[in-house]
Design a protein around this ligand. Sequence first.
Ligand SMILES: [Zn+2]
Ligand SMILES: [Zn+2]
Length: 268
Amino acid sequence: MKFPFIDHHVHTNFSPDADPEATMKSYINKAKALGRRGIIFTDHVDIDTPVELFYEYPDYKDYKTKIDFLNDPDFFVGMGVEIGYFDTIKTKLDHFINAHPFDFVISSIHIGDGLDFYNNDFFIGKSQKEAYQRYFEIVLEMVENFNNYDVVGHLDYIIRYGDYTNKTYNYNDYKALIDKILKAIIKNDKGIEINTSGFRYGLGVIHPNVTLLKRYKALGGKIITLGSDAHKVHDFEADFDRAIALLKDAGFSEIAVFKNRKATFYEI
Ligand SMILES: [Zn+2]
Ligand SMILES: [Zn+2]
């Protein structure tokens, strides 16, 4: 394939929720076997999170040393990060991101109003619609007030959580809010990722779903990365053929590859 690398959402064993055997080296071997000429890692940094598992994150001076060691002239190893955003840590996030030479930054919402999605806290006392509505409001706050990122992570992945039988949603129920989110992303020259983990979680969809993807296109959105959100080597580039087919179907002909926080576009 023509891309130097394509998967822009990869967790190594530096992430506390990843497979201990998911070493940088093992991903590099897999990327080379797939014919890639590079790779990028995006481990979790969830500053001040209430979720204990994520209290600790890598020392990025050591991390960078490791990345430099693994780089060679024939194979690029990029340093990305997936930050967990919430409004009260904006300044800390800016300091953190600016202190390290990241190639790529994903900004994700992992908690809402201080409440965890995973353990269901966020959903208590809310209807499904209220929970999704509040989630989109939180994403909107992020894209309107924070700029130190390259793509929004797994937009709409709130549907992964909550104890509901029907985990789909109708764009029209949140149209005004979602359009504001997409417009703010586009206006600020940021992008979105297509996150394929929804297939592995049995949701049968990419994040964001195809309706949002088409809306992003219609509003003028151009910057898209692909991300497996792999937490083990097996899932690296998982379901990318399906994702590329959906992207083409939505009218996209290019995807972005990031180095030094700058996008280069490659035809799909
Ligand atoms: Zn995430
Ligand atoms: Zn992730």
